[in-house]
Design a protein around this ligand. Sequence first.
Ligand code: BG6
Length: 495
Amino acid sequence: IPGQPYGLVVFGASGDLARRKLFGSLHDLYERGLLSDKFYLMGCGRTQFSDEEFRSVVRESVEKTAQNRDVSEKFLTRMFYLSGQYDDPKFYEDIKARLKELDGKYAVGGCHIFYLSVPPKIYADVAEHLGQAGLSKPISCECPGQPRLVIEKPFGHDLETARELNRRIGEHFHESQVYRIDHYLGKETVQNILMFRFANTIFEPVWNRNYVDHVQITIAESLGIGHRAGYYESAGAVRDMFQNHMLGMLALVAMEPPASFEADHIRDEKVKLLKCIRPLEDENIDSAVIRGQYAAGEVEGEDVVGYRQEEGVAEDSRTDTYVAAKLLVDNWRWKGVPFYLRTGKRLPARLTEVAITFKTVPHSMFAAVGLDELPANTIVLKIQPDEGIKLSFQAKRPGSKVCMTTLNMNFDYAKVFGSGAPEAYQRLLLDSMVGDQTLFTRQDDVELSWKLLDPVIKMADSGAGELYEYAAGTAGPESADRLIEADGRKWRPLM
Ligand code: BG6
C-alpha cells in the first residue's frame, strides 16, 4: 500500500543516523513506488544548509544504491531544509510556516510526521516545543489525520526516565500518535513468529508447559561496539539489547493468541505476557542474570581488543557487553518452563534465533537396545543471518533394526522467497506513514520492560553485582553456562 500523502519532518537531518539509514530507506521505498507521490521531506537541524546543500547530503546517502538516476533526481526535488536551535520556540514557528507553504505546493493535505533523529535526551524537549507551537495537532482543516511522532530507542535510561519521557511526550501527543521504533519487530523473521504460531493448527496445541521443556532466545553478535563508546558506555547490553529486542521477541514467542491482527490486540497480548514474567528480586538477581564484558581475543580469525581497550571506553569500565538471564512466566501456559535469554557482543558468530526444545518422550520403548534417552524435538526459528525454520525429530536410519538419527526439516527463506525481503527499517518507516502501529512499541510495554529490569540496572549502576569477563570469540562467561547447566540443560551452539 503506498503511504498516504505526508510531509516528513526529520529533526537531526544532518546527523549520522539520518545519513546512514533514513534517506537510503526512504529513497528505496520511493523507487519501489511505495511512497505516495504527494510527499516532501523537510530536514531540520542546527547545521546551516540551503535546500541545495541538503540535497547534496541526501544525494550522497542514496547514490550508492540508486537504480534510476531520474527517479533519484525527482526524489531530491522533494527535499527541503530549515536550520535552527532545538530549544528556540521561534524555530518551531518557522517550521510551521514552512510546512504550510510546502503543504500547499505539494497538495499534501497537511499530514505531518515528525521523525526525531536527535540525541534521545532531547526527545521530550522537541516534542514539547512541537506541542507548544501547535504542531502536535493538525495545522489545517484539510489534515486527514493527527500528526505522528517517530522516535527510536533508547526510550529512557531506566524505569523512572522512561516514565518521565512518556509523560512529557504524552502532554502533547496522544499515544496513538507516537511510533516507537524497535527495529527487531520490523524484521520479516520476527514478524513470522506470529504467522508461524497463529496461522497453523499443528504447533499451537504443543506450545505450552505440557510439551515444551524450555525456550532459548539468542542474539549473538561478533561485532564489538565500533565507534559507539559514547553511547554504549552508559547503556550496556541490558539497556541496548535486552530491554527492547530480547523482551520483544520473548513476548511474541510466549504471548496468547490475539483476537485479530490489529495493532492494539497484538500489543495488549504482549503487555499481558510481560506482566506475567516473574519479577527479578534483589536476592535472586545474581543467580538469574549473568552480566559479562569481553576481554581481548580472536573473533572470526581476527585479533580484537577487549572492551576496556576500545576507543572512548574507561579503563575500569563496568559496562556489560553480555547478558544472560533465566526468566519464568507465571501463567497457565508457561508455569515452570524456563526461558533462557542471552545476548552479547564479540561472540564467535552473528546469530539470532529462538529455539523451542520439547520434552523428551515419557517412556522409551527402545531402552532395551540402549536407547533409553532419546534427543528432544526442537523447533528453531532462525531470525538471522540464515533466515528460516528448522524442525528436528528422530527417525529410523536405514540399516539394523533399531538405528535412529536426528533429522532436520529446514525451511530457508532465501531459497523459497529469494532475498527480496524489505529491510526492517523500511518496513517500519512505511508503517509509520500508513499509520499502522502494530510493529511499534507501546508506552506500557516500554515501562513494563524497564520495570522488570530495573533491579538489574540499579545493581549494575551502583557497581554491585558480578561482572564476568569472557574472551572475545568465546560464547560468553562460564557463569552463564552454569546458569543453564544448574538446571541440567545446555546453551545451544553459536556456530
Ligand atoms: C541495535 C543496538 O539496536 O541493534 C546495537 O543498538 C546492535 O548495539 C544492533 O548491534 C543489532 O541489530 P541487528 O539488526 O544488526 O541484529
